[in-house]
Design a protein. Structure first.
Lengths: 134, 144
């Protein structure tokens, strides 16, 4: 039964992405097009999400442990390495080409669009390939 | 009906995304990073694989609900050029795993933790996206 909370969280996250505008790649590209007809609306997605998360994380981390698990698993690395920069560069170029980052692409799969399936299929191939070569 | 992607909708949607991230940490002790969740869902040896698969299933159900209830939020892709979409998807998949996160893990969760890695990653992928769109639209006038 505990596992079902993951289903509910995926649903909530996906609905949030859809309402926010992140599942509209044309809107995402207009946000990234700062020298053209720039559409700043999606800045407010990050603003709203970070505001809630910044406050909520501090509130949650006052507890000794999570409600349904034994311990908090929080990344501890602080170093900036070449993999981080190169990976973020590659991701940004792909994002600017198609207007989809991973979350919205997976939410948009629920629409049954063949073009989104092509993008998402290649994205999963990218996950697999990166694991293979590292 | 709200218009998805308008400024009020962006704030509401962002707040829902943040709420999901907070609940993921509060209930399961985990960071809500979609590229990590999705890549471990296809990895047979990963811990908590069923949880990750269920999260993805929830996302797909959410997408289907949005398609029915708020069709303007689900316009599909910007092009029918499969080669272009596949190259973009490959870069997004490979890049997010190489860099250890995407817009959710680095952008929302990492920035909220004030992680220096996530701040640098977010600034880098935002800048790369802006440069890519500039080159495609204003220099080469290509697909996007």
């Amino acid at each position: 039964m505990r596992a079902l909370n993951f289903l509910a969280l995926g649903l909530l996250f996906s609905i949030g992405l859809g309402i926010s505008g992140m599942t509209q790649p044309g809107k995402v590209l207009a946000f990234l097009d700062v020298t053209g007809a720039w559409d700043p609306a999606l800045m407010f997605v990050m603003g709203g999400a970070v505001a809630i998360t910044f406050i909520g994380y501090r509130w949650v981390l006052r507890r000794p442990m999570p409600v349904l698990a034994d311990a908090f698993q929080i990344p501890t690395r602080r170093d900036i390495d070449g993999r981080l920069i190169l990976g973020a560069l590659m991701f940004g170029v792909g994002w600017g080409m198609a207007g989809f980052c991973p979350g919205p692409a997976l939410a948009a799969l629920g629409s049954g669009s063949v073009e989104v399936m092509v993008f998402a299929g290649a994205m999963f191939a990218g996950f697999w390939l990166q694991k293979k070569v590292s | 009906m709200i218009e998805p992607g308008s400024i009020p909708a962006a704030l509401v949607g962002g707040a829902l995304i943040g709420t999901a991230a907070v609940l993921m940490l509060g209930l399961n002790g985990r960071i809500l990073g979609v590229s990590g969740i999705a890549s471990s869902a296809i990895s047979p040896s990963s811990d908590g694989r069923l949880n990750n698969i269920l999260f993805l299933a929830g996302m797909l159900i959410g997408g289907a609900v949005l398609t029915a209830a708020l069709p303007a939020s689900m316009p599909g892709a910007i092009t029918e050029n499969y080669g272009w979409l596949a190259l973009a998807g490959l870069l997004v998949g490979f890049g997010t795993r190489l860099g250890g996160g995407c817009t959710s893990g680095h952008g929302v969760c990492g920035m909220s933790r004030l992680s220096p890695r996530s701040l640098i990653a977010t600034l880098t992928f935002m800048a790369a996206g802006i440069v890519a769109v500039f080159l495609i639209r204003h220099v080469f006038a290509g697909t996007a």
